[in-house]
Design a protein around this ligand. Structure first.
Ligand SMILES: [Zn+2]
Length: 194
């Protein structure tokens, strides 16, 4: 009977390692300390934490934050990660809100669940704050805007060179320039509306 599941692995008197399966959520079998009350409690906490994290991860995935294939643009990736951290925090915030207000009516499992959700929410808030701090320190939004602006300037320069190459009279060039500026502005407003 072969299995890839991890074994207890405690040293045995014969010099080998214990091949029994650990207790649920733990690392050791019952014979090697896995069943001690404080160990059982830790195991239970670990399982609860895992269950909550999985649920939240599913919720965040359902929001389908734009995935980027490979990391071609670190700035965009950092912005994506920040957004994902915020979604993760918000999903946990929702779970905190769903907790019953009166904790005295909770079963011990319920208390464990509440504690796990609140702990994870706190950790998610810290993580989000860190991401936002990094994003702010590097002025991510500003840099992305600058990249867009640089692209726009490049397009504008190409259009101007094209106009000049047409050898139009100066007043026509000026008129074309005004139209271009107006059209760019219109385009910008439309893009901002999206
Ligand atoms: Zn064992």
């Amino acid at each position: 009977m072969k299995s890839d599941k991890p074994r207890c692995g405690a040293k045995t008197r014969s010099g080998g390692t214990c091949q029994k399966f650990p207790l649920l959520g733990g690392k050791r079998c019952a014979k090697h300390g896995g069943g001690a009350p404080q160990v059982r409690r830790k195991n239970k906490q670990r399982l609860e934490r895992y269950a909550v994290e999985k649920k939240v991860a599913r919720e965040v995935q359902a929001l389908s934050v734009d995935a980027i294939d490979g990391v071609t643009d670190p700035l965009a990736e950092l912005q994506r990660l920040t957004t994902e951290a915020i979604h993760f925090k918000d999903a946990l915030g929702g779970m905190v809100n769903d907790l019953e207000k009166d904790i005295s009516t909770y079963s011990s499992d319920g208390v464990e669940h509440a504690r796990t959700v609140i702990d994870l929410y706190g950790a998610a808030m810290d993580r989000t704050a860190k991401f936002l701090e990094v994003a702010m320190r590097h002025d991510i939004a500003g840099k992305l805007a600058a990249i867009e602006e640089a692209k726009a300037v490049a397009v504008g320069a190409v259009l101007m060179r094209t106009l000049n190459a047409l050898n139009l009279p100066p007043e026509q060039i000026e008129k074309a320039h005004k139209i271009m500026v107006a059209e760019f502005r219109k385009q910008e407003l439309e893009a901002a509306d999206e």
